[in-house]
Design a protein around this ligand. Structure first.
Ligand code: HEM
Length: 229
């Protein structure tokens, strides 16, 4: 069963992501709109290029799988616009280039496992951010809310799709899931550095991403180590 293997073999990545400062900041008692907007901007920088690859690599229609309603980039764009980050700023934001190559269906399933699975954690974040910032799916919380009450059924449908197409692709799926988690760890770890600075979207993000080497991947960043960089 590929889903069991995926869960077991990527657990260590998930634990790291759950504990890195960017994620923890979202469920902190003192979360505010500025912090929330920064997090969305960082997520945009990695979701947009990953989803562009997913869209272009596989003929989803031929497989009978509807990818469009699962794409989160449009939700990020909408939320960011509502947080005051318009199209001009958005197009100037840096995008992650250290990404796995999604070159076939196996890699696409592995990558989607990570992005689809994140909707489960998104529910917890939604339950915290919603009341804390007076947000809902219509006024800025669409990304983390993702499928709303349909998160369970959407996850179940993805699991069935993955199991149906896993035969002969297991290693490619596992490898791509691990690489996708690593890309997220790298990018969100770099983005976490923003929390010790005043937010200057483009300059700050660009400098951070340029300067972030492999250290950004290897573990949680403390506030102290962040400000030392
Ligand atoms: C970008 C960040 C994240 C990614 C990519 C991610 C990814 C995933 C994946 C792939 C799964 C599915 C595990 C399985 O195979 O059943 C999952 C489940 C889950 N995640 Fe995350 N996650 C992220 C952040 C978070 C955060 C910040 C939290 C907590 C606030 C969280 C809480 C959960 C929970 C509660 C589950 C369900 C576990 C279960 O039902 O067994 N995740 N996540």
């Amino acid at each position: 069963m590929i889903m069991e293997r995926l869960k077991a073999e990527t657990r260590i990545h998930h634990n790291r992501l759950e504990n890195e400062p960017l994620s923890r900041g979202l469920t902190a008692a003192d979360v505010d709109r500025a912090r929330y907007a920064r997090v969305l901007a960082v997520y945009y920088g990695v979701y947009a290029p990953l989803e562009a690859q997913l869209e272009s690599t596989v003929d989803w229609r031929q497989l009978g799988f509807d990818l469009a309603p699962r794409l989160k980039t449009p939700l990020l764009v909408r939320d960011l616009a509502l947080m005051g980050i318009g199209a001009d700023q958005l197009s100037a934001l840096p995008q992650c280039s250290r990404l796995p190559q999604i070159s076939d269906l196996g890699a696409a399933i592995g990558c989607m496992y990570v992005l689809e699975g994140s909707t489960l954690g998104g529910q917890l974040i939604t339950r915290h951010i919603g009341p804390a910032l007076h947000l809902n799916a219509d006024n800025g919380l669409a990304f983390f809310n993702s499928y709303g009450p349909d998160v369970g059924p959407m996850w179940k449908a993805f699991k069935q799709f993955a199991e149906t197409h896993a035969a002969g692709r297991e290693e490619a799926i596992i490898t791509a899931a691990g690489a996708t988690f690593e890309a997220l760890e790298h990018w969100l770890g770099a983005g976490a550095l923003l929390f010790d600075r005043d937010y200057v979207p483009n300059a700050a993000l660009t400098a951070i991403v340029k300067n972030s080497g492999s250290n950004a991947v290897s573990g949680p960043l403390s506030r102290n180590s962040a400000s030392a960089n």
